[in-house]
Design a protein around this ligand. Structure first.
Ligand code: ZN
Length: 153
């Protein structure tokens, strides 16, 4: 059963890595940032369209990098739509914990969102890949805070 789940997660990462969702430029974006993970060579541009009351109406990205970085950005853009900036940042903090430790004991209130990100929890077994998985979320934070550049460093 555990192996099946592992295979499923691997399949989700490969699928999102090959065919990232929301992989396009947002021409009328309100916020944007560029993310760079020099350790692996992952780079991405992220664009956000915000609603008047500060929610993420649309999120899209373009970039190149390893399957994990692209899959993570793809899943991130899917997960943060409809969220307020604060909710999105909280989700990012939880995701970083998940990616570093493989678990997030305090994630009960965000269980539904965290479940969508769960396929990436396995990166905690590969410390050099954690930055690949968290780059999209660093870039999201930078965009939400009005910074143009985000580095995994
Ligand atoms: Zn990478």
């Amino acid at each position: 059963m555990f192996d099946d789940l592992r295979d499923l997660y691997q399949e989700i990462i490969l699928d999102h890595g090959r065919k990232p969702r929301n992989f396009r430029r947002l021409e009328d974006a309100d916020l944007s940032a560029r993310g760079d993970n020099p350790l692996c060579g992952d780079r991405m541009d992220l664009w956000l369209k915000m609603t008047p009351d500060g929610r993420i109406a649309d999120a899209a990205f373009q970039g190149r990098g390893c399957a994990i970085s692209m899959a993570s950005a793809s899943l991130m853009t899917e997960t943060v739509k409809g969220k307020s900036a604060e909710q999105a940042k909280a989700l990012g903090a939880r995701f970083r914990e998940l990616a570093m430790t493989g678990a997030c004991p305090d994630c009960g209130d965000l269980a539904e969102e965290m479940e969508r990100l769960q396929p990436l929890a396995g990166v905690h077994e590969f410390p050099s890949r954690v930055k690949c998985a968290t780059l999209a979320w660093h870039t999201l934070n930078a965009a939400l805070e009005g910074n143009k550049e985000a580095s995994s460093e």
